[in-house]
Design a protein around this ligand. Structure first.
Ligand SMILES: [Zn+2]
Length: 377
């Protein structure tokens, strides 16, 4: 039985017409409550955990294993997430069996933050090598003040004056604020690995751009757990980090989405890290690629005069941003500019105040538009 048919068995009021189109269709009419577990199929549950941020939840997935539960992603190390997870596994629906395995799709705190707690209780930790190394490295980077590279990074994007002075004095948020110590020992998962979890086999497919070696899990009966690599209703964040300020994450991410679009069948059910399960994975991948191309074209059309990253924020996000909400958006906008720069569409120069000024390499009448429809483009 394919994944959609299994879901229909559990939720008979799903609309047949919507499910079998290739449009992006949510498979839930109601949003689960924080802490609520929703059965997806025999041996698969979505467990929604609360987050204290603009994004107010994460979906983790509970898979029935031979002797207990495999948990895919964990939530971050906050009282709200810990409490919800412990309620489900210590007292609730899953209390009668142990968590035997934790799989982290990627190193971001909301996906890996409680792995240490669960592995201390005996669960095996499985993730990609890049995820494990990155998470362990970030936990070594504990700082009371920004380092020289952090300051360099914010100067390059155009932060100056009072705001720069405040940044120099402000304690940065540290990875370990939301992540328990990452388990010292792990089992590495690689591209193409087949993981037997209960009665199902899941094939590991790795994505890039949002996080290095982001694991996605594809079951033989048509489910795919995608973490943050493929999301409905929002774009995957492609933020450049000060440790690799020239990174072109857009190219990596588009390449991954093209691969995933080909892997998906029309009835594949996507189980994402945020928002609700849906069908139409191929369409969703193409939508996400098209929306990235639209942002890149809007940005390059704007750069007829030299601009800093800060100057570009309103063009990318189509509204004025307040300083307190700009952090991730600055990192993402830099990623767009890096992509245009590495394709030769824009150039950059270092100004006297140490900010990069970005501008179009050609005039508008020689416009080169970004189009990801053609893999050669
Ligand atoms: Zn993430």
């Amino acid at each position: 039985m394919n994944a959609v048919a299994q879901l229909q068995k559990l939720k008979p009021n799903l609309s047949q017409g919507d499910i079998y189109s290739d449009r992006v269709c949510s498979l839930f009419d109601e949003v689960p409550h924080a802490g609520e577990a929703v059965a997806i199929s025999d041996g698969i549950w979505l467990l929604r955990l609360p987050l204290d941020s603009v994004l107010d939840h994460i979906n983790v997935y509970v898979l029935a294993d031979e002797t207990g539960w495999t948990l895919v992603d964990t939530g971050n190390n906050t009282p709200a997430c810990r409490t919800a997870l412990q309620a489900a596994f210590d007292d609730g629906l899953f209390a009668h069996r142990p968590i035997t395995r934790v799989i982290a799709t990627h190193y971001h705190p909301d996906h890996i933050g409680l792995a240490g707690l669960l592995c201390d209780r005996g669960a095996v930790f499985q993730t990609t090598q890049a995820c494990w190394l990155h998470a362990r490295w970030l936990q070594l980077e504990q700082r009371d003040l920004p380092c020289a590279q952090d300051i360099n990074f914010v100067e390059r994007v155009g932060i100056k004056g009072v705001e720069l002075a405040a940044f120099r004095r402000r304690a940065p948020s540290n990875y370990s604020d939301l992540v328990l110590p990452i388990p010292y020992a792990y089992q590495r998962i690689r591209e193409g690995d087949r993981l037997k979890i209960g009665s199902r086999y899941w094939t590991v497919r790795l994505g890039y751009g949002h996080a290095a070696e982001h694991a996605t899990l594809w079951s033989e009966d048509g489910f795919v757990i995608t973490g943050d690599q493929i999301l409905p209703g929002m774009s995957s964040n492609l933020s450049v980090h000060p440790s690799e300020p020239d990174a072109d994450l857009v190219s990596e991410w588009v390449e991954s989405c093209r691969r995933f679009a080909k892997l998906a069948q029309s009835e594949t059910v996507c189980l994402p890290g945020h928002n609700l399960p849906f069908t139409g994975v191929e369409t969703r991948c193409k939508q996400m690629i098209a929306s990235q191309a639209a942002v890149l074209n809007r940005l390059s059309a704007h750069l007829t005069r030299p601009c800093t990253v800060i100057d570009c924020l309103a063009v990318v996000y189509r509204r004025q941003l307040q300083p307190h909400e700009r952090g991730t958006m600055i990192a993402e906008t830099l990623g767009y500019l890096n992509h245009l720069h590495q394709r030769g569409i824009v150039k950059r120069e270092l100004a006297d105040d140490r900010a990069y000024l970005w501008y179009r390499a050609n005039s508008l009448d020689q416009e080169r538009r970004v189009c990801f429809d053609n893999p050669e483009c």
